[in-house]
Write a protein that binds this ligand. Sequence first.
Ligand code: NAD
Ligand code: DAU
Length: 352
Amino acid sequence: MILVTGGAGFIGANFVLDWLATQDEPVLNLDALTYAGNLENLATLAGDDRHHFIHGDICDRTLVDRLLAEHRPRAIVHFAAESHVDRSIHGPGAFVRTNVEGTFTLLEAARGWWGSLGVEEAAAFRFLHVSTDEVYGSLGPEDPAFTETKAYEPNSPYSASKAASDHLVRAWHHTYGLPVLTTNCSNNYGPYQFPEKLIPLTIANALAGRPLPIYGDGRNVRDWLYVGDHCSAVREVLARGRVGETYNVGGWNEQPNIDIVNIICGLLDELRPDPAGPYARLITFVKDRPGHDRRYAIDARKIERELGWRPAETFATGIRRTVQWYLENQAWVENVQSGAYRAWLERNYASR
Ligand code: NAD
Ligand code: DAU
């Protein structure tokens, strides 16, 4: 069994679905079900007894200790976090609590549990920490892409909290010998992403005829990776990554935000034409995000060389799949936006 934290969120849910589609090993899924956690993402697992869901907080040491002792997972894959940069600007406290204190709590619980294991089990145990490229800071137009040795220069409360968690993970390896792995991934997109992030927000707003907000001049660059490719990278690192190492994960796909929004508008024009005219008419430039990093780019050569990992999707194939998924799952978006999934949760989960 593996313990996944944050497995009801965007990437965590994709990871749990992908894991159970490709492996027989059960998953213990610990998630606090914040606004971003949604059990509807895992509805296709109803009746699958390999998925054990625990509604709880990673900051709850007693709970985490009990789960480790009762379920004896051979690994922890740690996704749980507050993940949205804009929210971190308005309310940084939750980010420090979950991302820093929560990771600290998991590390301490893992250290105690790991220390109690026999030699073979202890040698096989892994703590995989899922992190972000944002910890490296902002690149200029000519700077080389982030490698794993790039100095940390976080600029938002979100990236600072993730940087702190990465440093804790590193320290628990060097000081206590805990067998850790860290991944630093670029921007993900795909099914089940909460419509506060650029790509699902653009799709949802376009379909509703609402403005498509572009921060600043729209020339900030992100490096986009289809979520399924992030999941396969995490699986590879868990299986064969070198203990104590960090691995950058990215799709070699840098794009300015305005291009991303225009690509989505073009796909929607093709797949769901709007009688009112091309969707790009809705593009609206708005006030910039404070501390907005200009450019991220991932150098993924280490994971490619050491683990033979490659993304399966190009941006063209991944974004088409994503737009199609949102078109086919508009009820999911409406439920998330209206809060109806909370009611679904109470109906379908609380009664179990
Ligand atoms: P998300 O916001 O969609 O999901 C986060 C999940 O964590 C939710 O299910 C939420 O309920 C849960 N959670 C939050 N606080 C918790 C707590 N205290 N205890 C237990 N569960 C809690 O996030 P995401 O986009 O899926 O990101 C997952 C991880 O991947 C994060 O660590 C993030 O930093 C990292 N990451 C994200 C991206 C991206 O583009 N989204 C890229 C690189 C790395
Ligand atoms: O790089 C990895 C990170 O990617 C993850 O660690 C974060 O968890 C994830 O949220 C994401 O962070 P970003 O801030 O890059 O993602 P977001 O979708 O919020 O924004 C992408 C870009 O689009 C960014 O330059 C800001 C811009 N933007 C965003 C929104 C929501 C807009 O121009 N308009 C918008 O409405």
